[in-house]
Every structure is written in structure tokens, then in C-alpha cells.
Design a protein around this ligand. Sequence first.
Ligand code: SF4
Ligand code: SF4
Length: 371
Amino acid sequence: MNVRLEERAAQAAPVRRKTRLDRYLEENPELARAYYKIRKHAPKIVISGYDITKRCNLRCEGCFFFEGDLSAGYQDNHTIEEYEEFFRKESERGVTFPHFAGAEPAVVQDRLRLANRFWKNGLIYTNGTIKIDPEITFMLHVSLWGNEETDKVFRGAPVFKRGIQNYAGDSRAIFMYTINHQNIDFIQDLVRMCRDNGNRISFNHYSPSRQYNAKLRDGGASQHDERSTFRFSTADNNLRLTPDDLARVRDILDRVLDDHRETVVYSHYYNSWINDPKGRYEVNAKTGWATNCVILNKPYHRQYHTDFSYSDAECCVANIDCHSCRHYVAGYTMIMDKFFQHLDSRESFANWLDVYDTWCRLHFRNWDHLE
Ligand code: SF4
Ligand code: SF4
């Protein structure tokens, strides 16, 4: 049989069938724009976490760093030369997006400046009370636990007041409001204050450490220590979010997101997912560890302690109790990893993309102005 050249070529290289994704993108230019923007500006994100100091100028109630064996129990005495070698090796290992935490990274800015020589993009988790050198290009998630009154109780200092003084209008900074049982009423006020200060705000859910839960179980008050991260909590008066709290939080956050689009960096889909009262992870009854936590299962992700050790069995917030973990880092990662599960419908894909885009807004300076 004499087959024409074009037909033979077509047989040899069959045209790729249009996928559902192709159709969604063709049918909706807004989705296509958001999708290709991520592919262009946020390819190959390889994250690892670094506790770069054990020091902090605060002692917040229920802090999972100072409550925990898997963070505060390591040596912190590496020289700046050792840090240089360490960061160099990490960048050669392929990490493209380091996350710097601790205790409080702002107390070791020489280490941050050094890291900035190896990476332009990255993220610092800070309490905002000590100004981070404006030359450092990493994004800043400035932890926020409420207004001046609640700061006095939870953190022992006017943390938010100093944060807004230090970071007014700073495009690196996003205030990260950790919502707990006792600060839900202040969310709307704090959103307005951030707006008026030229800052953006997003939300995290308080997730107790195993140690905090154990102290509550073991009687609470008898273990209180005025200088520690367990000063006032009891079984009846603590920071843990209840199912009723989650329902309230969900309503409030949906509202502030609609009312303050420029100020609030958040996603409706993420909001409904994270406020579902069911636990967000499957947990191994014997070990107590989540079996489906994406962070825990990523082969390249490491969470380094201050002595440069790490364990494959630890996530970035390793003292947190997986049963009630609603930490935003884990939550966003969980949804973003489920790309194929969100291709069933255009709406589902749009939800996934909205979460991914929100993550990029949280992690890249000027993301909104990129094309
Ligand atoms: S929560 Fe953060 S700011 Fe507060 S004591 Fe812990 S490390 Fe310091
Ligand atoms: S991030 Fe994952 S492993 Fe870590 S506490 Fe949360 S669920 Fe558990």
C-alpha cells in the first residue's frame, strides 16, 4: 500500500490528544494567565528549612520551638565560616527556596546576609520586633497574634506595634496572623490596621505541640512557669481551636478576603479546606506521625536544626501534634501537591490554581506585578 508522506508522518507521531487541562486553559483566559505565570516565574521550587538560631527575644505562650525536643535541644555554636560552607552545600544540593526559622532569625542577621549571597529568593519567619536589614531580599512572614492587649497576654510584649513600625509599606513583609481560640474577635480590626499601614496580611491556624497538649492533659496549672512558654494555659482556658471556632473563623476569613482583596492574601478554597473540623491528616496510631503529610514525604525537604543535623522523619514544625496540625505551610503544600486530583472539573482546577497563586503571593515579592 502506498502511504503518502504526511499520512506516514502522522502515523509515526500521533497528535497529542487534548487533555482536560488544555480545555480548561483554552476556555478560560484568566485561568491560562494564572497557570502560565506560575510556570514562568515559579518553576522548580525546592524548599528546605533551617533553624538558624535558638535565640528569641520573646517567650510566646504555646511556642512550638521552645516547648519542643525536636528544636530547642541542639547546639547553636557554628561559626560564620561554617555557615558559609553549609549554605554553599545546600545551594549545590539543589535547594532553590530556603525557609529560615528558629527561634528568631532577626537576631542573627549576619547569617541571613550570608544566605542571601547564595539565594535571592527565600523566606524568613520572624516576630517583627527587630528590623531585618532592608538589603536582604527574602520574603518575611511576620508573626501576628492579635492586638496590643492580646500580645501582652500571649507574647509578653507589644509585638504587633513594633512590627508595624518596622515594616510599614515593606513589600517583603506579610503579617501572618496565627488564629487561636482567644484572638478570633480581633481579626477584622487587625486587617484594617494592616491595610492602613500599607501592609498585607494572611492567616495561620494555631496548632498545638505535643508537649503543650501533654501539659494540658497533665493538669496545666501545676506546670506553669512565668518565664516559659506555658504561663497560663489550662484544660479549660487555652489556645486550641474548637470545631465552633473553626466555623466562625471560616466565615470571618471569607468576609475579610472579599472586603479587602488588596490587603488579604488568602484563598477561599484553602479557607474551606483548612477549617474543616475533621483532622487534616491520616495519622499512624502507633507513631503519632501523619502518613500523608507532603512535607514529611518530600525526598529533598530537610529541616535542619541549629547544629546542622536533620532527620528524614521530621517535618518543618516537628513538635506539632499531627492530629490537630493546621499549620499553613503544611496545608498549602498538601493542596498544591494534589494537582491531578483537581483536574476533575474546571472549578476544581480553578480552586487548586487559586491556592497555588496565593502561595506565590505569599512567597514572591511583587508577585502581583509579574506578568
Ligand atoms: S513563637 Fe516565635 S517569637 Fe514567639 S517565642 Fe517562639 S520563636 Fe519566639
Ligand atoms: S507538617 Fe505534617 S508531619 Fe509536621 S506536624 Fe503537620 S502534619 Fe505532622
